[in-house]
Design a protein around this ligand. Sequence first.
Ligand code: IMP
Length: 427
Amino acid sequence: MGTIVVVGAQWGDEGKGKVTDILAEKADMVVRFQGGNNAGHTIVIGEETYKLHLIPSGILNSGKVCVLGGGMVVDPKVLLEEMKGLEDRGIDTSSIVISDRAHVIMPYHRRLDGLEEEKRTKKIGTTRRGIGPCYFDKVSRIGIRMGEIIREREFSQKLENALQVKNELFEKVYGVKAMEFKEIFHEYREYANLLQEKVADASLLINQAVQENKDILFEGAQGAMLDIDYGTYPYVTSSNTLSGTVCLGAGLGPTRIEKVVGIIKAYTTRVGEGPFPTELHGEQAHAIREAGGEYGTTTGRPRRTGWLDTVVLRQAHRLNGLTHGVITKLDVLSGISPLKICTGYRVEGQLIEEWPVSQEVLDQAEPVYEEMEGWSQDVSKIDSYEDFPPQARDYVNRISELTGIEISLVSVGPRRDQTKIIKNIDF
Ligand code: IMP
């Protein structure tokens, strides 16, 4: 298997959790490298459903080292709750390692996420988990890292410094009460005591594992179109979500990455605000949302739904350097005919085949569609890909042709056995 990165090719929620869970079976180590508990992965094993926000999906396969990398932002309260939830269900969490470089989400980050969102005239629709404000502090150089909260004196100084800045904001800009140092300090010292054994130089561990030819899976969160640099800015998350982020977020060189797997939902969804040229409304949007269970794992918000957009996928392929693609939720499209695939946009009579940077251009973008015949059989119940209706296989082939992505697997249901191999790959 070597080193494999799994990333979302659209706006997140493509079903990465299921794919990483399957790949994690073969891995020795599973690493998350960006984002925080804005992510939500749903994994179904037998009769059990697990929802993970911070802990890598590998935790559900016993004996895997599960690393929260240095590029992440970690809410220790959420992490401890997630660990407890897993332990209560008999899952061992002793293999979790937290990078000492990961930034800590503090109570003032969560509070600011809400206040900032309310103040915006054009909402982003954040998850309000404090992700943006935490990354903001990181680049403002007043953030607090995991390796620092476990050192009492250092933490005290850092918190005092950061809280002074935040309280000025709370009182003078937002007109709300300042936050108490003492309360936060004691709460976080308690978390630090509970987590300190897990805090380590994760980059060292990961590179050591690479040296020993261990199999390592890097688990992305969100998707290419939510990337802070290349996504639908400003309607994006606050971290880089592309495969290259592994290098910095896990602390290893680019020459160490062997494969990059892009997860593609068979149609498109997004939560929160922002451009979505192929968005559907009304009856058809509702039908796909219900059939696909398209409600956010983290916030429960209904996801916006639409046709598959190959402009988005070509960009995701280019930016991530995908070596393989996995199509998920193909079963959700059973019974819908015709199906539409967006191949480009028309703007003032001109055909655009690449994602435009300007919001003004996007506002005028009319999707150009190819229509394909759908299929009526329930593909979630068919054992082998060869026995899928020809229309379903044509749909998969057409995605590959239009995007240049080699599709290796198709998923047609939440269970592990509902994943069909198209091309044998040495995962
Ligand atoms: P934030 O990451 O909470 O700051 O939210 C910024 C944008 O990214 C919002 O539109 C969120 O809905 C979206 N977002 C963040 N994480 C995820 C995810 O895991 N899946 C889908 N959308 C996400």
